[in-house]
Structures are given as structure tokens and as C-alpha cells.
Design a protein around this ligand. Structure first.
Ligand SMILES: C[S@@+](CC[C@H](N)C(=O)[O-])C[C@H]1O[C@@H](n2cnc3c(N)ncnc32)[C@H](O)[C@@H]1O
Length: 225
């Protein structure tokens, strides 16, 4: 197995290890079966859960953000801010020494989760915290302005919100922007409308499913000129 590709301080590696472990421990104790997504009961159960993106997926997203030189990233679904740390590291490294700083636009509608995320980013350090623009509230409202030119969109959100979020961000995506969608094999039916939109002829999107646990889709936006 390759060593982690993530370049950061030892205390950030320790923090990430701790947060991933806490997330996995919570997931092991989730009720089964879970109520359908976007219902009040589902929201109540998830209101204090990390549901962090798996560590190998986070490392992949970090590598990807570094490879495409992402300067502006939108994260749909921030929770306690675990994947955000990886995105912020990549953006900070991509924009180091540049006049215009990069940004990760993070979105979370549970205020309690948003304040925990802020705590975690403070523990990670100012270089990470300073590139994160946290927007608390419903992302369908908080993502309507000031996005800039988006290089990367991470859709780590309940499946019914994925397509509306993509449609909101799409006008700001640069040619060659990448969209990452989590749990695409596990929630294949839930993502039906997203896949129909992305896979339709002339959409400008090309999609591939990567063989991560429960699936991770990699979509490139190359609209016709
Ligand atoms: C899968 S979790 C995100 C995990 C995070 N990316 C990580 O790796 O740490 C999805 C999050 O989206 C949040 N969420 C759900 N609906 C939302 C909405 N309409 N606007 C903003 N956030 C929302 C949930 O509260 C939940 O914390």
C-alpha cells in the first residue's frame, strides 16, 4: 500500500486520523435500516454524525485537487469538516505565493456541525482555516452567489440534493472542472436523476465510476464551445 500522498504537519495527520476513527465508530452504530434520506427522522439521526468521506477517498480528492491545480473548490456537505481539511490543504498548496488566495466554499446546514467543523479547522491551523469560506444554511441558498470560477465540486451530500447542487454550480464551472460524487454504487437509484442529466447526449459531462468502497464517481465537465 502506498504511503499517504497528503503533505502536511504531523499534528494535522494525527487530527485526521482521530476524526476518521471517530466517524467510523459512529457509522458502526447507526440504526439499520436507516430512514429514507431527507426525511425529518433521517435528519434527526444524522444531526450529530460525522459521516466523513472515507480516508482513501479524501486522499484521492486531495491528489486530484493538486493535479488539476484547483484554486476554487465547492464542497457540498461539510459536516464536521473532515474532507474540507484535505481540500483546504490542496488549495493552500496550489495557491501558495500567488497574489489571489484560493478558497474552499464549505456548506453545512446544521449549525452545531458547522461550529464543530470550525473547531477542527482551528486545530488544523491558520493556513488551512484561512482558505475555507464556510456557508451555514441550506446550500441551495448559500451557493447562489460569490462562487468564482469553480475547478472542483465535491458532492458529498444526500443523493436528492446532488442534481440541484450541480445545476446551481454548473454556470460557474470552468472547462475541465471535475465533480466527485460519493456512494454512487450504494445509492445508485437515489442518484438516478443526476446520472440521467450527466449522461444525456450533449450534456458536456463525462462520467466514470471508480472502484472505491460503495463507489465514487469522477465526472469531467467539457462543454462544447
Ligand atoms: C456526508 S456528510 C458530509 C461529510 C463531509 N464531506 C466530510 O467528509 O467530513 C453530508 C452533510 O451535508 C449536510 N447537509 C444536508 N443537507 C444540506 C443542505 N441542504 N445544505 C447544506 N448542508 C446539508 C448534512 O448535515 C451532512 O452533515
Amino acid at each position: 500500500m502506498a504511503p499517504t500522498p497528503v503533505i502536511t504537519h504531523p499534528h494535522v495527520h494525527e487530527l485526521l486520523k482521530e476524526l476518521h476513527a471517530r466517524s467510523l465508530a459512529q457509522e458502526a452504530n447507526l440504526p439499520s435500516p436507516m430512514p429514507p434520506r431527507c426525511t425529518p427522522e433521517f435528519d434527526r439521526i444524522m444531526s450529530d454524525k460525522f459521516v466523513a468521506l472515507d480516508q482513501d477517498k479524501c486522499e484521492f480528492v486531495y491528489q486530484l485537487a493538486r493535479a488539476i491545480g484547483a484554486k476554487t473548490v465547492v464542497e457540498a456537505g461539510t459536516s464536521f469538516g473532515v474532507s474540507t481539511i484535505y481540500l483546504a490543504l490542496a488549495v493552500a498548496q496550489n495557491t501558495s505565493g500567488l497574489y489571489t488566495p484560493g478558497k474552499v466554499i464549505a456548506t453545512e446546514y446544521e449549525p452545531g456541525k458547522a461550529s464543530k467543523a470550525l473547531e477542527h479547522w482551528s486545530r488544523a491551523g491558520e493556513d488551512i482555516r484561512s482558505v475555507i469560506d464556510l456557508r451555514v444554511g441550506d446550500l441551495l441558498e448559500t451557493l447562489t452567489n460569490d462562487l468564482g470560477i469553480v475547478d472542483l465540486l465535491l458532492l458529498d451530500i444526500w443523493a436528492p440534493l446532488a442534481l440541484p447542487t450541480l445545476k446551481l454550480v454548473q454556470p460557474n464551472m470552468r472547462r475541465g472542472a471535475v465533480i466527485i460524487v460519493d456512494n454512487t454504487l450504494d445509492s445508485y437509484l437515489g442518484y438516478g436523476d443526476l446520472f440521467e442529466y450527466v449522461d444525456s447526449l450533449g450534456s458536456g459531462f463525462q462520467r466514470v465510476t471508480l472502484p472505491y468502497s460503495k463507489g465514487l464517481d469522477f465526472i469531467v465537465y467539457e462543454p462544447r464551445m
